[in-house]
Write a protein that binds this ligand. Structure first.
Ligand SMILES: [Zn+2]
Length: 760
């Protein structure tokens, strides 16, 4: 009987809810609890992909090796290629046909247009002319020949996909070699916004090329999609198998080139002076060494050589190949010690990029390689190249295109500088995701963009620590994405224009927020608030290492993060990745409580439900200042002074020694939290006391597991609480902070909110 007093405290909340449910809820329901396991949403684990999130014993991946001879006709902007593909079928199935991707076909004159359009009251002249006035650009592959051992192969082209019908199926475990000869007209990537093409420089008549998706590439065949032959519509990027490349690229003799892979004939294509500087660069760990100077590049701009030079590259275990070439290029390099291994950080830029590019590009590349390696795995390639291309931010193995250009006088704003450093960190970071952790971008944009934007945020902060002079007078790198508060405007926006992260990139409304900002923020919150850095970093590195040079799926990521940390995260994945719900937790009310021996009506009522009475039960009664049993004197008395029942219990059941250790909190608060937002999150509160001190308390997310709307918490305290603040450091992306404090703050009106937003 004695312990029943305490039992009732504990069960009080539950029994009230139970009664309410009996009265109002009649119909049964399926399990919609936000903490239920994700058996419905996730693919069933199997021999290829295990329940732990690691590759299974039957995991396989097919490979495609390429040998290519590429010729650039600079005058006419035409690229021609002779290509030999050897495809290795490591799958347990025989393949009746092969699918090859023809991404350039998105630029065919008659390519289907995916968007509806309408006449808006305002239009930019550029968009208007390209939509309604210009003749469409005549891009797209001209496929001249598809053959095997000299005999033509049957093939069918549908939009950006080409099916090749082999005379016999390609047996499991066997390889097939075939040739494709092709050419296409290279587009101007500045007027015809694309990831590949040339920029034309009026003043000197030169072009700078950034060339990618330029050759017919094998599609991925795997245990998840079969053939991944979802068309290239422009938003969803690429799904590509790993393979080895040998590529010869012939360009005007006065061009300077960088490309995926190791340059095989450096002595032939570099001058003696360049070779000498290159040898210096290999030993320069603190600053870049200029290999082609601005002066030399400016002289080359005037040459327009009629001779050609062939650059030969080899790359092993890459999923793609890209190159950049121009006679306008300045080239610099420095060595980076990446966890004990020497890697070259390289930059290529026309003079239009200076003075910004000579200052920061190669340093940003070097810093990125170190940061990303620390959080994932040691960067496995021998170099990483940053190419300056107007308006471009695009990634390929070992090489990427980046924007950020000073004005004609060489002046640039902080915005341009940080934009440039950030895009370099981002695109170089893509070497890790998806170039090495080779996810399917065509299906899941967030697996490379979101994960990469998260590591980018971490790497930017580390760059700020490494180069304080770059961020002065700031004390922290001004990251555009990653901090929880930055995603709030998106997450509280119009639900008609928000898609869950788990959506195909072609079908989302705001790709930047959907595939980059929100997943990056979710991972940042996971690291800082939910899992803590130690558990998160270990799990994240485990995922990266498990899937290095492999093809992971979302399940492999979700499962590994749990498997390596012992934290159940199904509620987090479901809420953040599968829904468009947002975080809004508030303080509904706070009450102060006292104890008394005088039976209250509510107390008697409750005892009755347990089949007992005040006389039979030595209970104490909990009241607020509003109850009639309350009198002002109670405020000044201690807990034991207010209840003889409690006093007697303590005397009877504790030794003198034990009694000394009992706490006698003077104040009892019940805080009722409400959750207007759909997402469940831990409750983080800061308690401020009358004596000027404060403390931070976190209640785990599981507090919401039996009630998704409100939950209450009793806070016993020796000190009077004067203020309670929810999420005081803005770490949960709470979309409405008007309900985050007690006593309630005056709600801001719209004008004040506008004023504050404008000041940000
Ligand atoms: Zn990206």
């Amino acid at each position: 009987m004695l312990c029943s007093v305490f039992l009732m405290f504990v069960f009080a909340g539950v029994s009230a809810q139970e009664t309410e449910q009996k009265e109002t809820r009649q119909e049964g329901h399926t399990n919609q609890n936000k903490f239920r396991q994700m058996y419905q949403e996730l693919a069933t684990p199997n021999q290829y992909r295990t329940a732990s999130g690691a590759p299974g014993p039957a995991y396989y991946q097919n490979e495609a090796d390429y040998k290519m001879d590429i010729v650039l006709d600079d005058k006419n902007s035409v690229l021609t290629g002779e290509e030999t593909i050897t495809y290795h079928n490591n799958s347990p199935q025989d393949l009746e046909y092969l699918w090859v991707q023809l991404d350039q076909n998105i630029r065919k004159k008659d390519a289907p247009q995916k968007d509806g359009d309408g006449m808006a009251p305002v239009a930019t002249p550029g968009r208007f002319t390209s939509n309604y006035m210009e003749e469409p650009f005549d891009g797209g592959f001209n496929i001249k020949e598809v053959s095997h051992d000299g005999s033509p192969l049957k093939y069918t082209i549908h939009q950006t996909m080409m099916r090749i019908d082999m005379p016999q199926p390609l047996k499991a475990g066997e390889s097939y070699t075939f040739d494709i000869n092709w050419s296409y007209n290279v587009n101007n990537h500045v007027t015809n916004r694309a990831r590949s093409g040339y920029e034309y420089f009026d003043k000197d008549g030169n072009k700078a090329y950034v060339i990618a998706q330029f050759f017919p590439r094998m599609a991925v065949y795997n245990d998840v999609e079969g053939w991944q032959n979802y068309q290239f519509w422009g938003n969803g990027e690429f799904a590509l198998p790993f393979g080895d490349y040998e590529v010869n690229i012939t360009v005007p003799a006065d061009h300077v080139m960088e490309a995926t892979g190791e340059l095989q004939n450096r002595k032939e294509v570099y001058s003696k002076e360049m070779m000498k500087r290159y040898e210096q660069a290999k030993k320069s760990y603190d600053k870049p060494v200029v290999i082609v100077t601005q002066e030399e590049a400016e002289a080359a701009e005037k040459g327009f050589s009629n001779k050609t030079k062939t650059w030969t590259y080899k790359a092993d275990m890459v999923r793609d190949f890209a190159f950049s070439t121009s006679r306008k290029f300045i080239l610099d390099m420095m060595a980076v010690d990446v966890m004990g291994k020497d890697v070259m950080a390289v930059s290529v830029y026309p003079k239009e990029g200076n003075p910004l590019w000579e200052e920061w590009s190669t340093r940003a590349v070097a810093s990125t390689l170190k940061s990303y390696s620390e959080h994932t795995f040691q960067y496995p390639y021998h170099k990483a190249v940053s190419v300056h291309a107007k308006n471009q931010g695009m990634e390929y193995p070992m090489i990427c295109w980046n924007y950020g250009r000073p004005d004609e006088e060489g002046n640039y704003s902080d915005r341009t500088k940080f934009g440039m450093i950030s895009v370099i960190i981002h695109e170089v970071g893509h070497n890790f995701f998806p170039m090495i952790v080779n996810s399917d971008e065509r299906q899941w944009g967030w697996m490379d963009e979101g994960i990469n934007t998260f590591v980018q945020y971490v790497a930017e902060q580390e760059f700020g620590n490494e180069y304080p002079e770059a961020i002065t007078p700031l004390d922290k790198y001004p990251s555009r994405r990653g901090a929880p508060s930055k995603i709030v405007p998106y997450m509280k926006g119009n639900q008609d224009y928000i898609s869950p992260i788990m959506s195909n990139p072609e079908q989302v409304y705001q790709l930047g927020n959907n595939a980059y900002g929100k997943p990056a923020t979710a991972l940042n919150i996971l690291r800082e608030t939910i899992m803590g850095r130690e558990l998160f970093d270990h799990a994240f590195a485990t995922y990266s290492k498990r899937w290095m040079f492999k093809h992971p799926t979302p399940e492999d990521f979700f499962r590994t993060m749990e498997d390596a940390s012992s934290i159940d995260l199904d509620w987090f994945w479901r809420g953040w990745f599968y829904t468009t719900d947002n975080v809004d937790i508030g303080i509904k009310e706070v009450n102060k409580y006292y104890v008394t021996d005088t039976p209250t009506n509510a107390g008697k009522e409750m005892l009755k439900r347990y089949g007992t009475t005040p006389e039979e039960t030595k209970a104490l009664y909990v009241i607020t200042e509003e109850d009639e049993e309350f009198n002002e004197e109670m405020k000044n008395k201690s807990l034991l002074e207010n209840s003889e029942t409690l006093q007697a219990y303590v005397m009877d059941n504790f030794t003198e020694e034990e009694r000394k250790n009992l706490k006698a909190p003077k104040y009892f608060y019940q805080v009722v939290f409400e959750k207007p937002g759909g997402l469940v999150m831990p409750i983080i509160v800061e308690l401020s006391y009358a004596d000027g001190t404060s403390e931070k308390v976190t209640y785990p997310v599981q507090i919401w597991r039996k009630n998704d709307k409100t939950v209450s918490k009793v806070i016993p305290s020796d000190k009077e609480i004067t203020k309670i603040t929810l999420d005081p450091d803005l770490e949960t992306a709470d979309v409405d902070v008007n309900n985050n404090s007690w006593p309630k703050k005056e709600a801001k009106n719209e004008f004040e909110e506008f004023k504050e937003a404008a000041q940000d």
